[in-house]
Design a protein around this ligand. Structure first.
Ligand SMILES: Nc1ncnc2c1ncn2[C@@H]1O[C@H](COP(=O)(O)OP(=O)(O)O)[C@@H](O)[C@H]1O
Ligand SMILES: [Mg+2]
Length: 293
């Protein structure tokens, strides 16, 4: 079981006026942690710093008390599936993992057993002798997870692994990660709210380099309580209403339309409703971006 402490972390890339990460403080315990944020929020930057591939500009991170400048020690603790991961397309699945096991210094006598065990765990035993280029997107991601686990790390970091997968593979991958999180720390980054809702209630939300939320999903929903409403409008009222309100749902029914929308202030002629995770996420981003403007 691993504990990660992130303290006042800032990352500035050369030539950029705004920081990719802005004074982030966060503690991550064992189990699954979801890192949510849209494109450019800073997710990959944070994960790359955690895996020692990027250096922070300021601040500190420890994993089980070990500072990340101890690269070799940290790399032994962490397995990583980057956002863009490529295998040699003409290699066979088993051979690719053997190659990576050698690089990861898995003792030769343990390699075969370890790889077979991993292929079984990620449900790819039947593809052992298949060429990488013949695998589906979901299979490739599962192979990516197998390579990240080759050293049996205490922490597994996966950067947007569900992007581009069809629903069936997405669900399969999420279930796999949940099972690995039973005896590890798993950090899952995503821009898809349902990935978080389906796997964990511990999450952080990054927006333009700022950590705008950290806690569980109950606390997240409480944040937007009283800011989500439902009402019904006539079709021709809709365009005007849209000018002043952010709609989260819009269901047409003949000449009227049922809508859900966000509002900072109470609305007299609409019914307050409990927001979904996706609506809270939208609400927090909107509030944050208005504060910045
Ligand atoms: N190597 C880099 N050099 C300069 N800017 C970068 C680099 N990597 C990321 N950025 C910038 O940092 C910000 C955060 O990017 P990133 O961490 O990739 O976000 P995310 O993974 O959430 O999409 C973006 O504005 C991006 O353009
Ligand atoms: Mg990214």
């Amino acid at each position: 079981m691993a504990t990660i402490h992130i303290d006042n972390l800032t990352k500035r890339y050369r030539g950029k006026s705004t920081p990719a990460l802005n004074h982030i403080s966060l503690e991550i315990q064992s189990g699954m942690f979801g890192l949510l944020g849209k494109n450019g929020a800073g997710k990959s930057t944070l994960l790359k710093i955690l895996t020692t591939l990027e250096q922070p500009t300021a601040g500190s991170i420890t994993v089980n008390g070990i500072a990340i400048r101890n690269k070799a020690k940290i790399r032994n603790l962490i397995g990583y599936l980057p956002q863009h991961f490529g295998f040699y397309p003409n290699m066979k699945v088993f051979d690719a993992l053997t190659y990576l096991a050698i690089l990861a210094k898995v003792p030769p006598r343990q390699q075969k057993h370890r790889i077979n065990q991993l292929l079984d765990e990620v449900n790819l035993s039947a593809q052992s002798t298949a060429k990488i280029k013949s695998l589906s997107g979901g299979m490739l991601q599962r192979l990516g997870i197998a390579q990240a686990l080759i050293n049996d790390p205490q922490v597994l970091i996966v950067d947007e692994p569900t992007a581009g997968l069809d629903p069936e593979e997405r669900i399969r991958l999420r279930n796999l990660l949940t099972s690995f999180a039973q005896n590890r720390t798993v950090i899952l980054s995503t821009h898809i709210v349902s990935d978080i809702a389906a796997t964990t209630n511990k999450l952080g939300i990054l927006n333009e380099g700022n950590l705008i939320f950290h806690g569980n999903s109950q606390k997240l929903i409480a944040n937007a309580k009283g800011h989500l409403f439902e009402t019904r409008l006539l079709n021709d009222q809709l365009p005007h209403f849209k000018l002043n309100h952010q709609l989260t749902e819009q269901i047409s029914e003949d000449s009227s339309v049922k809508i859900r929308f966000l509002s900072q202030n109470p609305v007299s002629d609409a019914t307050p409703v409990l927001p979904t995770l996706e609506e809270v996420y939208l609400y927090l981003q909107t509030v944050h971006e208005e504060v910045i403007k």
